[in-house]
Design a protein around this ligand. Structure first.
Ligand code: ME8
Length: 504
């Protein structure tokens, strides 16, 4: 039986337009999901939209439509992003779906029956933009720590007994060192929990756009309890007739989030799950924050980077490559057009694109349009190149499991650069005149190296990797990771290649 792998993105608030930050999180998940599929896992890759709450209700009102009409329309923007960036998600969950509503009610009842919910009154600060409650001590200059405006709220509310879970959470972090990544976020979360957890308000009564609390029709569920539960709903938590999918995929292997929402995923979510007697996800990774040429990205500053426009201008694989190569995953990053153009020209066009172009053109011109057959022998230089990826497959697996995308790409680009050097040193054009057989060995070694590189690049730049593998006639069913260890047979006809990455 195949191993399974369940990976999730945050579900995005529909009131926003999808921007580069949303594309970034989903891209990271897409790369991991594609890699795991290549490594023969049965993958469940989930994304979706967060459609309830005060923020969305207000946005609908400002647009003069009822919330349901509004969310039906704007959640479409996030579905369009999937095509635009070539994302391979297996499911798209909306929190207005029936099966999600059922899941939320189910988890609420579980928490209630386990004695973890009680009715009281909330009085304190609330930030609609963050959809979060804040105590007096957290308020900075009259605002939430994120800079969002806050309002004073006093209303009856159900509470979750979060304080009871403080020690259990700390113990869980201690026993599961990889649960929160990277390390800085882990430390941040641990010190937050150590500073003392207060019970959490989990219902609201002053607006109505949300899921009704099962035992009290005057309350709607706090939007974060509703939103986090999507990870259960999507794998059929509330399907009473069939629990196969849930058993197969839950707990999730990784929740990928931005650092802004780590507290919800690494504190509240595991506490809710413990309290509901459900297994905990294996990892929460909180990546860094993109700014635009040094400035915070926001709709109000009008500097939102539109992924649809970027992809239209530069190409899907170019943007996918840039986002994961430019900034070590986990760190903040600054988006700059000039850096993007540099990466496209130097890494993609001059290095990888050029390697493919020159090797395939030489074969086309000099070897009767046919990749030479596998040589009888390889010399030391050939083997160095051919084995550099083969011998390190487990290292690449490890880099993906650590979400270390830039290192993965850097390593591959070292091989690309070595392959380009090898072309210069072996000078196949000179061999053509005096040692045709050696020229064939050299060209074979190069195509074999390109094959391995392209198998490993499929998760990152799927369209281009596919074009290359097609071009050198690697059958579809021989593109999985394990086939890196096989070797090309050669002796297949090829056509003249077109440039893969036009220079900008
Ligand atoms: O928080 N840089 O949704 P959201 C990097 N609905 N990533 C960014 C970014 C930026 N500048 N801006 C946004 C919510 N993101 C909740 C989630 S989950 C159960 C509920 C990404 O639409 C990043 O992943 O505000 C961040 O965590 C997420 O978008 C926030 O999306």
């Amino acid at each position: 039986m195949k191993s399974t792998y369940y990976i999730t993105t945050p579900i995005y608030y529909v009131n926003d337009v999808p921007h580069i930050g949303h594309a970034y999180t989903t891209l990271a998940c897409d790369v991991i999901a594609r890699f795991k599929r290549l490594d023969e896992y049965e993958v469940f890759f989930l994304t979706g939209t967060d459609e309830h709450g005060q923020k969305v209700e207000m946005a609908a009102k400002n647009n003069g439509v009822n919330p349901k009409e509004f969310v039906d329309k704007v959640s479409e923007n996030f579905r369009n992003l999937l095509n635009c960036m070539n994302f391979s998600n297996d499911a798209f969950i909306r929190t207005t779906e029936e099966k999600h509503i059922k899941s939320c009610k189910k988890i609420w009842e579980k928490l209630l029956n386990n004695g973890n919910i009680y009715l009281d009154k909330y009085s304190g600060w609330y930030s609609v933009r963050d959809e979060a409650f804040f105590s007096e001590t957290e308020i900075v200059d009259g605002k939430a720590p994120s800079g969002a405006p806050v309002e004073w709220v006093e209303e009856p509310s159900y509470f979750f007994n979060l304080s009871k879970w403080e020690q259990k959470l700390l113990k869980f972090y201690e026993n599961n060192k990889d649960f929160i990544s990277p390390e800085t976020r882990r430390n941040e979360v641990i010190s937050f929990v150590k500073s003392g957890l207060k019970d959490l308000s989990i219902s609201r009564t002053s607006f109505s756009w949300g899921i009704k609390v099962p035992n009290d029709k005057n309350h709607i569920m706090y939007v974060w309890l509703d939103a986090l539960t999507n990870y259960l709903s999507a794998c059929e938590y509330s399907n009473e007739d069939n629990d196969e999918v849930f058993k197969k995929f839950w707990p999730a292997d990784i929740h990928m989030v931005g650092k802004d929402i780590i507290r919800f995923h690494a504190v509240y979510w595991p506490a809710f799950l413990m309290a509901a007697d459900l297994p905990l996800p294996k990892k929460v990774f909180a990546h860094g924050w993109w700014t635009n040429e040094g400035n915070k990205i926001s709709k109000s500053s009008g500097n939102v980077i539109d992924p649809f426009q970027l992809v239209g201008k530069y190409g899907i694989d170019q943007i996918r490559y840039f986002l994961l190569r430019e900034v070590p995953f986990g760190n903040d990053g600054d988006f700059s057009n000039s850096q993007l153009i540099n990466r496209i020209n130097s890494d993609l066009a001059n290095s990888y694109g050029n390697l493919f172009q020159r090797v395939v053109s030489m074969i086309f011109k000099n070897c009767n349009e046919t990749i030479p057959s596998k040589p009888k022998k390889f010399n030391q230089e050939d083997l160095m190149l051919i084995n550099s990826i083969k011998n390190n497959l487990n290292y690449y697996r490890e880099l993906i499991d650590k979400q270390n995308f830039d290192q993965y790409l850097k390593n591959i680009w070292i091989v690309i650069s070595n392959a380009n050097k090898y072309v210069d040193e072996q000078a196949p054009w000179a061999l053509k005149k005096n040692n045709f057989e050696r020229m064939e060995e050299v060209l074979f070694t190069l195509v074999e190296t390109i094959r391995q590189i392209s198998i490993l690049l499929q998760p990152f730049i799927p369209n281009t990797a596919e074009k290359i593998l097609e071009h050198i006639k690697i059958p579809h069913d021989k593109r999985k990771l394990k086939y890196v260890n096989f070797i090309l047979r050669g002796n297949v006809k090829i056509s003249i290649p077109k440039p893969l990455f036009p220079k900008i």
